[in-house]
Design a binder for this molecule. Structure first.
Ligand code: NDP
Length: 409
């Protein structure tokens, strides 16, 4: 029986709080704190069991330290924004409390997200005898754990990984992002990058695309983008020759994004407007729908998985490990859309792993460094069932996704 402090009462954080509140056999005390107290109270009112709430500015280490000292959690789950990762890790270090998040750190004034910022905390977390679990959402998160499962159970050597991420849902808005708009647009507009033969290959933003056939939702145009789990996967899978990340975007989304970029609305450098300094992207975020507001009436499904190819018992093998999640079902259960659900449920499941001692150790770890089995067993029980599909192996020299296209029915 353990206490968890969740920071961030947004779209995904609300799912974590509600899921923890459904699992009181693990979480004896639950506290939700965020920048806006009214959002915490709204989540509190919808939780199945009693949780406490308060206001915190997690950019301010002293405030978070005071909150931790008052609530005395065994684990802090960071569901705020990537900007808050380091200050919350600093507060955990000061108070000797374990840490878990779903997105790697990036500074506000520069698009430069990578694990180096947080891996640099390894010695300090180890010396303090505490654990930081990095990237425990869906992607990063479950996708890394699918790869760890494949390495443990399905392959002797993994050679290629293609993470394929499709949201085939419809929220009925002309343009909206499924998670925090500022973070989403920073991620999508940066240059693409993938891992090949021991080095990174850079591409122009959204310049490579391909039709991929996703389980239960069918063929969708998918774009190669850089996504943070590629960095830790390239580090932790020793036989890997290639790792890529693909995400679907509708033509309507791309058209809107292109216009917004062309008129300067996605800039992250400050401009002066009527004598006041504003950041265009932050202004844009303020006028776009909040991701949590998309949930009511969202239809369709997400379909996310890993196409993995390698060697088992001397023979070539290719599999797809995947989950499909329904927006309407997610809304019925916790009043969230599937992108928030698929982020929040793994974070709550990861918290269960740490608090039950099923994931343990000290230092800073990515999720693929833990035993995938108890996590995946629990994930299915918590509402995200997952499946393994055998695929025809690729012809010599062929793109692994050429075969996946017709096989992932
Ligand atoms: P939201 O914008 O809905 O929620 C973010 C919440 O954090 C808001 O409630 C916000 O407060 C709060 N917050 C922001 N700054 C602070 C601060 N300084 N102190 C305290 N609270 C703060 O975003 P999402 O829920 O969609 O995303 C949350 C996180 O999940 C992000 O880091 C995102 O990158 C990550 N994510 C990970 C995914 C994965 O699969 N791994 C997928 C999707 C998201 P306020 O309400 O006042 O703005």
């Amino acid at each position: 029986m353990s206490a968890v402090l969740i920071i961030g009462a947004g779209a995904a954080g609300s799912v974590v709080a509600k899921k923890c509140a459904k699992n009181r056999h693990v979480f004896s005390r639950i506290h939700l704190a965020s920048r806006t107290l009214s959002k915490c109270k709204a989540v509190q009112a919808e939780c199945e069991s009693e949780i406490t709430v308060s206001q915190v500015d997690a950019d301010n280490v002293a405030e978070t330290v005071a909150l931790i000292k008052e609530f005395k959690p065994d684990l802090v789950v960071n569901m705020a924004l990537p900007y808050q990762d380091l200050p919350i890790m600093d507060a955990c270090l000061e108070t000797g409390v374990n840490y878990l998040d779903t997105a790697n750190y990036e500074p506000k004034d520069e698009v430069n997200f990578h694990y180096g910022w947080q891996w640099a905390y390894e010695d300090r977390f180890r010396d303090k005898g505490i654990l930081a679990v990095l990237g425990c959402g869906f992607d990063p998160g479950v996708t890394n754990i699918f790869c760890a499962y494949a390495q443990k159970e399905l392959f002797d050597e993994i050679h290629t990984i293609d993470i394929i991420d499709c949201n085939a849902g419809d929220h009925g808005k002309a343009f909206a992002t499924n998670f925090n708009p500022e973070i989403n647009i920073r991620e999508v507009t940066q240059r693409g990058k993938y891992w090949k033969d021991g080095k990174w290959i850079e591409t122009d933003p959204l310049s490579i695309n391909k039709m991929i056939d996703y389980p239960e939702v069918g063929p969708k145009n998918s774009y190669l983008i850089y996504h943070e789990e590629l960095e830790s996967i390239a580090k932790h899978f020793p036989h890997l020759k290639q790792a890529r990340f693909w995400m679907t975007f509708s033509q309507q989304y791309i058209t809107h994004l292109t216009v917004l970029q062309n008129v300067g609305m996605t800039r992250i450098d400050p401009i002066i407007y009527e004598g006041k300094e504003i950041v265009p992207l932050q202004f844009l975020k303020a006028v776009l729908p909040e991701p949590s507001s998309l949930a009511d009436g969202y239809t369709g499904k997400t379909s996310i998985g890993c196409v993995i190819e390698g060697i088992k018992d001397g023979k070539q093998r290719k599999v797809l490990v995947y989950n499909v999640c329904d927006h309407e079902q997610s809304f019925k259960e916790v009043k969230a859309q599937a992108v928030s659900y698929t982020t929040g449920v793994p974070a709550a499941t990861g918290a269960m792993m740490v608090l039950q001692g099923l994931w343990s150790g000290v230092g800073v770890r990515n999720v693929e460094q833990f035993d995938p089995t108890p996590f995946l067993d629990e994930l299915a029980k918590q509402g995200l069932p997952w499946h393994v599909k055998e695929l025809p192996v690729s012809a010599a020299g062929a793109d692994p996704l050429a075969e996946a296209h017709n096989a992932a029915a």
